[in-house]
Design a protein around this ligand. Structure first.
Ligand code: CO8
Length: 375
């Protein structure tokens, strides 16, 4: 078995910011328009009036202050409320591959690697743009990489689950250098017209280079000590969009064809699962949570991360600070990319020998942890 390192990360940051104030203003205009249009039904008690959203609620309930999106005008148009993308011809690079290639090039540059060094690409994301050909294979071709590529989806845990596949491929000797790429265009499958969740997500793409330690040339290397994955079925986060919709004659615009969740149940159920998972993984590696210098946690909710950290090291105030940095205030929930953005932005100050944990949790339920040590 070979030693394996993460030797570079890359981040594609979309060009547009939507602040909570802009988001709430657009939602409230939408709600007023809907209520005016349905005034009779509302007065007759046949329909419930939509209630205004609020910036204060969003910040208090989630910790999110803004989000990045690839396209802003469609999302903020109260008569539309989702992004405006132009369909591309088959011979043009698709949108998901475009942001994937951007993040991959940055990760390769950070690792001191060429695309020709790469022998596997795993495109891991909460939603794929299409069924086939695989996004990973399109990214492989656009980069000029060798080997193979495949897509995988484990919702918010896609990146950590892909890291385990990459780790195993490299340590077994099957691959020398693997790219994991997480293009998350959440804006296209979020229901921006639902007050309960319209503030949650943002677009982004992350990429990670995983390679053999004896071949790595990067000045910033993180040895992977172990990975640990778990799933437990839950309907509390669900999206029924899929290829059977047409044959089922179901409404493609129905509410269940975009993201929906029982947020409070998710919060309560996932916090103990995530904390126990990390503690168990560290124990298997003969480490205690208090020995960990940094936790790069999934970024769904500030309160959730505070509780996970409290269970692990007994200090709730630590989430958002040095031990468990927060990026969701600026990026919002970016599905599988959240913990990777935290790792990308908050590791430069760690010293050789420092331990860290990358951990995701989300739909499925799914939870994945990757324990790393700075070389
Ligand atoms: N403005 C004002 N008031 C509001 C708003 C709003 N926007 N939204 C809700 N309220 C009201 C509610 O109506 C409710 O009022 P009342 O008490 O009168 O009934 C009150 O505020 C409280 O509502 P909630 O109980 O829903 O609020 P919470 O405190 O639970 O906060 C959160 C809601 C922020 C959603 C919180 O529950 C949370 O973050 N939970 C964890 C969610 C989570 O981690 N989910 C993981 C999903 S990510 C994932 O797995 C990937 C999926 C794939 C990606 C999909 C991309 C689109």
């Amino acid at each position: 078995m070979y030693s394996v390192v993460i030797s570079g990360t890359g981040l594609y940051q979309p060009p547009h910011v939507i602040t909570n104030a802009e988001l709430v203003e657009a939602f409230n205009v939408y709600a007023d328009l809907q209520n005016a249009q349905n005034a009779e039904a509302i007065a007759a008690g046949a329909q419930v009036a939509l209630t205004h959203s609020s910036v204060e609620f969003i910040e208090k309930a989630s910790g999110i202050k803004q989000r990045y999106v690839i396209e802003k005008s469609g999302v903020l148009d109260p008569t539309r409320m989702y992004p405006r993308f132009t369909e591309r011809p088959d011979d043009e690079l698709s949108l998901m591959a475009e942001i994937g290639v951007d993040a991959c090039k940055k990760a390769l540059a950070a690792a001191g690697r060429q695309a020709s060094d790469v022998d596997a690409i795993l495109c891991a994301s909460a939603n794929m743009q299409r069924a086939y050909p695989a996004m990973a294979v399109e990214i492989q071709a656009a980069l000029g990489a060798g080997g193979y590529g495949f897509d995988m989806n484990v919702a918010c845990s896609s990146a950590t689950f892909a890291l385990e596949q990459a780790f195993n491929a490299v340590r077994s000797g099957a691959s020398k250098c693997v790219l994991v790429v997480n293009p998350e265009i959440t804006s296209a499958h979020l229901e921006w017209r639902d007050r309960d969740c319209h503030f949650i997500f943002g677009d982004v793409c992350t990429a990670i280079v995983i390679e053999r330690a004896d071949l790595a040339v990067s000045s910033d290397q993180w040895e992977i000590l172990g990975t640990h994955l778990a799933t437990q079925f839950s309907n509390n986060i669900r999206n029924n969009f899929g290829f059977l919709n047409r044959s089922e004659d179901s409404d493609p615009l129905a509410r269940d064809k975009t993201f929906r969740q029982e947020g409070r149940k998710v919060f309560k159920e996932v916090v103990p699962i995530a904390a126990a998972h990390i503690e168990g993984h560290l124990a298997n590696l003969e480490h205690k949570p208090t020995e960990v210098r940094r936790f790069w946690l999934h970024q769904a909710n500030l309160g959730m991360n505070q509780l996970v950290i409290k269970k692990l090291v007994g200090d709730a105030a630590a989430a958002g600070s040095d031990i468990a940095p927060l990026i969701l205030d600026t990026y919002a929930n970016t599905a599988s990319a959240g913990s990777i953005i935290a790792f990308h932005e908050h590791r430069a100050d760690l010293k050789s020998g420092d331990l860290g944990v990358i951990c995701s949790f989300g739909a499925g339920y799914s939870v994945g942890s990757v324990v790393v040590k700075k070389r």
